[in-house]
Design a binder for this molecule. Sequence first.
Ligand SMILES: NC(=O)c1ccc[n+]([C@@H]2O[C@H](COP(=O)([O-])OP(=O)(O)OC[C@H]3O[C@@H](n4cnc5c(N)ncnc54)[C@H](OP(=O)(O)O)[C@@H]3O)[C@@H](O)[C@H]2O)c1
Length: 383
Amino acid sequence: MHKKAKVVPQPKVNPQQHAKMAEDMKQRLKVEELAENIDELEDVVEDVFPLLMITVIISSLILVIFLIRMYIRYSVNNPSKNRMDGRTVLITGGTSGLGKATAVELAKRNARVIITGRDLVKAEAIARNIRKKTGNQQVNAVHLDLGSLRNIRDFADDFSKSEKFLHVLINNAAYMGPKSVTDDGLERTLAVNYLGHFYLTHLLTDKLKKNAPSRIINVISDTYVRGKIDFDDLALNKGYSVYGAYTRSKLAQVMFMLECHRRLFSSCVWSFGVHPGACNTELLRNYPGMMGNILRVISRVMFKSPEDGCQTIVYCAVSDGLREFSGKIFSNCKALKPSDKVKDKDVAKKLWNVSAQLCGFKDETPPEEAAAPAPSTEEKKEQ
Ligand SMILES: NC(=O)c1ccc[n+]([C@@H]2O[C@H](COP(=O)([O-])OP(=O)(O)OC[C@H]3O[C@@H](n4cnc5c(N)ncnc54)[C@H](OP(=O)(O)O)[C@@H]3O)[C@@H](O)[C@H]2O)c1
């Protein structure tokens, strides 16, 4: 027989309770949905957060680089608008970077500009370009390899005969790179950056004296304070580093600048050192290894342009009133005192004598102390 199902009596729910339960259920569903959304949001944030952080870091870096660049750029202010009509300027290493930019600036001020280059075809093309750009037809190029003493001698000989004037000599060319020796058997960095300029200046001193008041501008670097000169190891056989060789050559250049000041100031030939600051030029092209790659990237991103970098060189070439600053180093168109490191006159004299020997001449000029003679009428005009 079919058993009759037992009917379980349902608890009686009143309509109010029912509505409340329905409301509770809805709330619970909403909370669950919200929790799910929060979980999803957390997943998204977890995915996006590293990207966000990278974006923030990169943007901050770009901003910092931009601000540093702006600071570097606008900290150079050449106040002199002087023209150079009738003045002759010789710039070594005028085929790239600061030498080329200086040549353009001085050509714009109507100087007669002679740039030198190791590669005459390249140098002539650059001179042609500058003539076209500035409209100044007195821009010429001449071959000069500062790594060859014989070439320097021949160049100075020709220059003295062919050029009537020399008012400003800018010793600018430089080498920075792996160890190598010149045809004369000398360590290349010292030979090109310092010794070649030492010899060139020596050979052109008479011309500078005849055209006094005249100027010798040595483009140095503030890294000279890290340089060390060991007279027993000029070939750097005890150990070579690109930076060590470079800073040594710049130290020698600063000592040379000071010695020129001591010897030539009384003849109204004024000597200056210019630190152009860090500039994006070709100087690092031969810097080897990973360090070279890093430095070249930093140079492209952070350093000032050659056009900005050359302003202090131009200032020292054209500005009035620099007589009293002979023997000083300029940076951002302001005179700085050379470091104590270069103040030892005996070391400077020794360097001069050793250099004269290496160049094959006997130094017969006794160093004159730089007493300040009363300015000549022409000098007064210049001041
Ligand atoms: N750039 C910087 O951040 C910086 C900072 C402080 C000081 N400086 C100084 O600024 C000066 C100019 O350098 P830069 O930065 O304009 O470098 P750059 O672009 O490399 O120019 C160097 C010039 O020197 C010439 N040169 C190299 N070896 C030579 C040799 N054996 N004989 C004749 N010329 C030679 C080069 O001619 P080629 O075209 O034939 O190679 C080039 O014209 C240097 O004295 C350097 O020490 C530069």
